[in-house]
Design a protein around this ligand. Structure first.
Ligand code: NAD
Ligand code: APR
Length: 231
């Protein structure tokens, strides 16, 4: 296998105790997306938005990588140079499992961003809008996450990886948010084999060559073991 591109979503971190967005009782049933995950919501009420992400940062720091994160890191270790992980998640559980080359297309809880000049720096555990930017001094600090209506990160690099993929796997994502929801179509168009690993059928299940249904901590290690045994 020359290139394996793996897209992950909230489902891979669910068994580490981090909530998903659209499952029953998920984050978007508890919070109004327009108020906590849009630039307009941040302009209206920065305290509410920072409280939301500060709580998620604390939860993510307290969580540990699970067997699914560890299996993907093992695949990368055993087949160096072949695996690229693109995640929609803003936690760092892939990295803490030992994964390198992780593309965080929706940003990271570990980052701070100046809404004024665009500077990036490492986030403190608790962030406030009035924290001054280390570059320009403006008090317009926001989490370095991509909100609805904003451009996801690293799209050019992602397009390059998708167009040269031999195998594309989607893990724990509902396939409801673009552009990530379009990646399986791009991978299919590039001639890659495509596989979905998810707890239940997603919006996009019909587009994959193969599907493995079940909890990520079970189906991902099994899939990795099968791949490695085939060589
Ligand atoms: P959208 O599909 O309307 O637009 C996504 C953005 O990406 C647009 O600016 C669009 O121009 C751009 N885009 C789309 N396809 C592209 C491609 N192939 N190459 C380059 N750019 C492309 O989605 P949206 O509802 O505006 O959501 C924006 C993003 O923010 C989503 O990816 C969403 O998941 C993310 N988001 C993150 C959080 C968070 O908590 N981190 C919360 C909400 C939204
Ligand atoms: N194992 C595998 N899959 C699981 C598990 C599990 N233990 N638990 C839940 N899932 C699946 C669900 O069945 C669902 O299909 O994970 C998926 C989670 O979907 P969403 O909650 O919609 O999360 P995601 O696809 O990552 O959301 C995309 O939306 O609001 C934005 O920015 C946010 O990055 C996020 C984006």
């Amino acid at each position: 296998m020359r290139k394996i591109v793996i897209l992950t979503g909230a489902g891979i971190s669910a068994e580490s105790g981090l909530g998903t967005f659209r499952d029953a009782g998920g984050i978007w049933s508890q919070y109004d997306l327009a108020e906590v995950a849009t630039p307009e919501g941040f302009a209206r009420n920065p305290v509410l938005v920072h409280d939301f992400y500060n709580a998620r940062r604390a939860n993510a720091r307290a969580a540990s990588p699970n067997a699914a994160h560890l299996a993907l890191a093992r695949l990368q270790r055993e087949w160096p140079g072949t695996v690229v992980v693109i995640t929609q998640n803003i936690d760092d559980l892939h990295e803490r499992a030992g994964q390198s080359r992780v593309i965080h297309m929706h940003g990271e809880l570990a980052g701070a961003l100046c809404a004024e000049c665009g500077a990036h720096w490492e986030a403190p555990l608790v962030m406030h809008a009035e924290d001054p930017c280390p570059e320009c001094g403006t008090a317009a600090t926001r989490p370095d996450v991509v909100w609805f209506g904003e451009m996801p990160y690293d799209m050019d690099l992602i397009e390059q990886h998708l167009s040269s993929a031999d195998l594309f796997a989607s893990v724990g994502t509902s396939g409801q948010v673009f552009p990530a929801a379009g990646f399986v179509m791009q991978a299919n168009a590039a001639g890659a084999e495509t596989v979905e690993l998810n707890l239940e059928p997603s919006e996009l299940s019909g587009m994959f060559d193969a599907r493995h249904e079940g909890p990520a901590t079970q189906v991902v290690p099994e899939w990795v073991a099968r791949l490695l045994s085939k060589g």
